[in-house]
Design a protein. Structure first.
Length: 430
């Protein structure tokens, strides 16, 4: 029971991420029990007593059809998700614990919801912030990130610690690796929060925090060398069968673009990750299938959860990854949801009066972009203009933008013909 008591002093964070493939509320075929099931299994990892997470984080990418997201019509969808998720958390936690929404934020189709258990974190939370940025063409929000940051007060009067959660959706396609790396740099530079006490005049980046969690569809792919025996089979059912075994997946992880670039220090600097190869690739599945990949893409671990805390070393994290897996039963998207259950380290015996921050390599100095707000709102303005025009054309085409464009030009031609005929009639009369 000593270990049980020790674990109860450590915060438990459950993180879930899902690319819903632009389905909106249609991507809710079930009541989220499968996704939230780890809350029912925590006792298996920690002690003989069941325990609910202290913080529950849910991120979505491609939350709704793109034209609706660009037009700013994502509020009703995220409100629907919020109500459903909160009800399911409270229904399925071991002791029917109650939770409160700490914050929610959405930009186009990238959304993040963070909940805290009422008997704990929710009552200690303050200084809640949200942030968003786009890194699509002209800073549009079809790709980008949203973030939530809050401070948990120390019961003994010290400053406490800050928690930062960031949900990302980066550029797709195997060959666009450099664009993904650029996307991440842009997110670091432009997803900004309030200044920290150590630098009160400058906005802070996502790294200026005590605990950092990145989740989402990062879109990094498997880049299998041509000489590998599975290279020619990567678009076949034979490849799908091969990755059923963990041994093969552990070998293939060495060709994972994220892993390779992280080792180089090109991306996700200072962050750690669990053994993602333990579960099958989360993308690209045939829609409607529990366990069948599409042959249009190489199956890859595009959906991930990474993390860091201020007591980490360069080689190892102080956070214990209790569970890291995909949920195969969701079939309305070509992605599978990912869930991670993380046990944070205990607070050090001696705590500073200042908020502790993540330690980064001396060679890495993330700095905010002084034009971040200009770029963000430029992108949002373009989002709205394109989104509203696209939305109107879709309405005109009874749900199809292509038909809407056709109808628009047919109508324009008819109106031009009618106007010309009317002018001709007037000329004859005169």
């Amino acid at each position: 029971m000593a270990n049980s008591h020790l674990h109860m002093d450590r915060l438990l964070v459950q993180i879930a991420t899902y690319n819903t493939n632009l389905q909106g509320i249609l991507s809710l075929p079930q009541d989220l029990v499968d996704w939230l099931a780890p809350t029912l299994q925590v006792s298996r990892f920690l002690s003989t007593e069941q325990r609910a997470p202290d913080i529950v984080v849910v991120g979505f990418q491609e939350l709704l059809p793109l034209h609706l997201g660009l037009a700013g019509k994502s509020k009703s969808v995220i409100d629907n998700r919020d109500a459903l998720i909160l009800s399911q958390i409270e229904e399925h936690t071991p002791s029917k614990d109650s939770y409160s929404l700490i914050a929610k934020v959405v930009n186009v189709g990238v959304a993040l919801l963070v909940y805290g258990r009422d008997e704990g974190i929710a009552r200690q939370t303050c200084d809640v912030e949200t942030a968003w940025t786009g890194c699509g063409p002209a800073y549009m929000g079809n790709k980008g990130a949203v973030g939530v940051r809050f401070r948990v007060k120390d019961r003994e009067g010290a400053a406490g610690e800050t928690y930062t959660f960031v949900n990302c959706h980066l550029t797709p396609f195997d060959h666009k690796l450099e664009k993904r790396l650029t996307d991440y740099r842009h997110i670091v530079e432009r997803l900004l929060f309030a200044p920290i006490p150590q630098d009160p005049k400058t906005p802070s980046t996502l790294y200026h925090t005590s605990h950092l969690f990145l989740l989402g569809d990062f879109n990094f792919r498997l880049d299998i060398p041509k000489e590998h025996p599975l290279h020619q089979k990567r678009f076949s059912d034979e490849f799908s069968q091969a990755i059923h075994t963990e041994e093969v997946r552990e070998e293939l992880k060495e060709f994972d673009q994220l892993t390779i670039e992280k080792r180089k220090g090109s991306v996700f600097v200072g962050l750690h990750e669990g053994e993602f190869w333990k579960f099958k690739c989360s993308y690209k599945y045939k829609i409607g299938e529990v366990d069948k990949y599409s042959t249009k893409r190489t199956p890859s671990w595009t959906d991930r959860v990474l993390y860091a805390t201020y007591t980490d070393s360069a080689e190892q994290s102080s956070i214990t990854n209790l569970l890291y897996t995909s949920i195969p039963s969701y079939t309305t998207s070509d992605h599978k949801p990912i869930v991670s259950l993380l046990l944070l380290p205990p607070r050090p015996a001696e705590t500073s009066s200042a908020i502790p921050l993540i330690k980064l390599p001396s060679s890495y100095h993330p700095t905010p972009d002084p034009l971040a707000n200009v770029k963000r709102y430029t992108g949002r303005t373009i989002d709205r203009v394109i989104g509203i025009i696209w939305w109107l054309l879709t309405l005109l085409g009874a749900g199809s933008g292509v038909v809407g464009i056709f109808n628009f030009f047919v109508g324009l031609g008819a109106w031009t013909w009618w106007a010309g005929k009317s002018n001709g009639s007037n000329s004859v009369s005169v």
